[in-house]
Design a protein around this ligand. Structure first.
Ligand code: TYM
Length: 334
């Protein structure tokens, strides 16, 4: 039997992925390449929904792809590609735009959050239709599963709604995808504001741990992370959000269950605990940083791998779009 399909994407909007991207998404991508027919893309079309610099986007797209390979995605076992290399993403997004209600798109909370920053009327229409392009990414590959963090739940619901609507109006065409969200790591929070999501667009540099950051900086940031009153290392989301976030991070990185960590640090205060969290982060990130640097030193090879990915992704995307064009009633080109 064919393996179930997985698709996910990540934006090349920063110089490095952060711990939230890594634990919430990328680590699952690596695991899932073993048992799924997996497609992972660097979503550069999404990256231009906010103002950007062209040279920087090009550089960050390579850095993003290199980090994915460095984190363990193997081009022999999964398909890694750049979204703009497969023009069908934009084409399907157009079709889905025409099936989405203004009100429906207007309810997307990420748009509300992101547009509030620049003022809603200054936000681009592209930012408004961002989730519809995301739906196109997913539906194009007939994905069964989409590994993401909790912040993407609403976009996944929209994706299912649009897929279902298309199927209903034009005939069974799309697989309806399920989100794949791991509870323990679905929302890694900001080290300085542990009730907010760790985020490349809104966290302060002190609140975010970047995969490509120097070990010394990572250690400092963890040691300075906001902890809570008291001295007990205990998971308690309501009263100890800072400590709880660090416990989740350490547990995810070391594979040690939280109760075991709580017992280990009983009566020791926060110092030793934070030092160990810092080491766990450095140990996880250092090999990824080193491999990323090596991959970036050979751009031609990296671009070659991405071209292979685009070829494989394009074959699937062209197949789906041929059906979509037919179902929607576009006149075939003679
Ligand atoms: P992006 O680049 O903003 O985020 C990439 C992934 O990281 C997850 N994430 C987190 N998980 C846990 N804790 C956090 N603090 C944290 N911050 C980010 C995100 O949930 C995401 O899974 N819209 C997508 C990009 C996208 C996409 C797709 C995803 C475009 N097309 C198709 C899946 C399928 C996004 O948020 O990217």
């Amino acid at each position: 039997m064919a393996r179930p399909r997985v698709l996910s994407g990540i934006q090349p909007t920063a110089d490095s992925f952060h711990l939230g991207n890594y634990l919430g998404a990328v680590r699952q991508w690596v695991t899932m390449q073993e048992t799924y027919d997996a497609f992972y893309c660097v979503v550069d079309l999404h990256a231009i929904t906010v103002p950007h610099d062209p040279a920087e986007l090009r550089r960050r797209s390579r850095v993003a792809a290199a980090q994915l390979l460095a984190a363990g995605l193997d081009p022999e076992r999964c398909t890694v590609f750049v979204q703009s290399h497969v023009p069908e993403h934009a084409e399907l997004a157009w079709v889905l735009n025409c099936l989405t209600g203004m009100g429906e798109a207007g309810r997307m909370t990420q748009f509300k959050d992101k547009s509030a920053k620049q003022g809603e009327s200054a936000a681009s229409v592209g930012l408004f239709t961002y989730p519809i392009l995301q739906a196109a990414d997913i539906l194009l590959y007939q994905a069964d599963r989409v590994p993401v963090g909790a912040d993407q739940k609403q976009h996944l619901e929209l994706t299912r709604d649009l897929g279902q609507r298309f199927n209903h109006r034009f005939g069974e065409t799309f697989t309806l995808p399920q989100p794949h969200i791991l509870k323990e790591v679905e929302k890694i929070t900001d080290l300085q504001d542990p009730t907010a999501k760790m985020s490349k667009s809104s966290s302060s540099p002190q609140g975010i741990l970047d995969v490509l950051e120097a070990p010394g900086t990572l250690r400092k940031k963890v040691m300075r992370a906001v902890t809570d009153t008291g001295t007990d290392v205990l998971a308690d989301d309501d009263n100890k959000p800072g400590v709880t976030n660090l416990l989740r991070i350490q547990s995810a990185l070391t594979g040690t269950p939280i109760p075991e960590l709580e017992a280990r640090y009983a009566g020791q205060g926060y110092g030793t605990f934070k030092k160990d969290v810092a080491e766990a982060v450095v140990e996880a990130f250092s090999p990824i940083r080193e491999r990323t640097e090596k991959l970036l030193a050979n751009e031609a090879e990296l671009d070659r791998l991405l071209a292979i990915g685009a070829e494989r992704a394009g074959a699937v995307a062209r197949g789906t779009m041929a059906t979509v064009r037919d179902r929607i009633g576009f006149l075939p080109r003679a």
